[in-house]
Design a protein around this ligand. Sequence first.
Ligand code: S3P
Length: 442
Amino acid sequence: MPHPLISSAAGPLKGTCSVPGDKSISHRALMLGALAVGETRVSGLLEGEDVAATAAALRALGATIERADDGSWRVHGVGVGGLAEPDAVLDLGNSGTAVRLLAGICASHGFTAFMTGDASLRQRPMGRIIEPLERMGARFEARSGGRLPFALIGADQPLPIEYRLPVASAQVKSAVLLAGLNAPGETRVIEPAPSRDHTERMLRRFGAHVGVEANADGGSVIAVTGYSELQPCVLTVPGDPSAAAFPMAAALMVPGSDIVIRRVGVNPGRIGLFETLREMGARIEMGPRRKLGGEPLADIAVRAGPLRGVDVPAVRAPSMIDEYPILSVVAACAEGTTRLNGLAELRVKESDRLGATAAGLRAAGVTVTERDDGLDIEGCGGPPPGGGLVATHLDHRIAMAFLTLGMASGKPMTVDDGSMIGTSYPGFVADMNRLGASIAAQ
Ligand code: S3P
């Protein structure tokens, strides 16, 4: 059932908040825990629907995953190569990360697994993982266009490969590296431009041998050595910078706001939004960086103030790939034009995010030009008119972005369905309302 939500003008946001655990790191913590021998403990895990889908699939593959009374999670792994054939279809819901990384893991197990997802995930391209994983010896029977549902027939004798990524995608990189864990020798991924490196960092934490070398064209070569045994770990997941983007944007746009977001992950592969907002004149201060479980984190202080439009270069896209809807909303309040470039990948996210963002901005009375791989947004130099209804297309980030806009626009913003927010940020409405927002069921 769709669950429409309405967001009206907020008073200044004040105080300290925290955001849920990083989604990318949470998926990987459960997956590597399932491939280690013994008990991995994870605190700060994102308890959202996407990660729940990963947990359910890993249980169906033979791992034991439980929530302890103190809120931490215990994963009893079965060892690299030790997963068992699932006896039912694995449904990964809305999560591209879950299906692509799990397909990588299953590709080097000699069994058959059937995978599917919700209406959004069934539209998304899987050819990008099918191609390299078939080179490693797996076979796939997918729907037309390489889409889900598919049957994956894992390789009995997987082959290590060297694979040059055709798109800057951490999911594709991770699928190949995870498949390589159960293949002989070294599996190598050549990455033309950096993408988030949570898989590499976490593999090292679990004791795998991962080498990273710069190559001549400015990219890097990542090599994982197969058949290494993974050691269980104790992990703490930092707050998700992609979730922190919403209170951060709200505090920038709502006059008089002054907030601190605690313990946010600041992995260099994830902080392109902070850089862009600073170029727009945003008052964002990052406290001292600490390291937790191989990942850097920091407290982030944000204060409202005037913002100006900027050109966001295409090279920055991988480090803020999930943040363009909320950046577009901030750009609508800035003075001048913001140009977003090199974003063809946004068309194949949980929704066509370029189209959905442009339509949402127009619904709010903002002038926007949609290009094949970008947007030009005419900032209103203050609160946009607002008052529109936004179609979310099963996309949590479109829903959260336009509810955030409603906090700063002249008239309230309505989204047609807020139910998908639970995939990545189950406490979003409560957290935002605690800070001063007024978001309610429509
Ligand atoms: C993710 C990688 C990105 C990102 C997604 C999470 C990951 O996708 O958009 O939300 O956890 O590896 P791509 O690899 O398709 O760019």
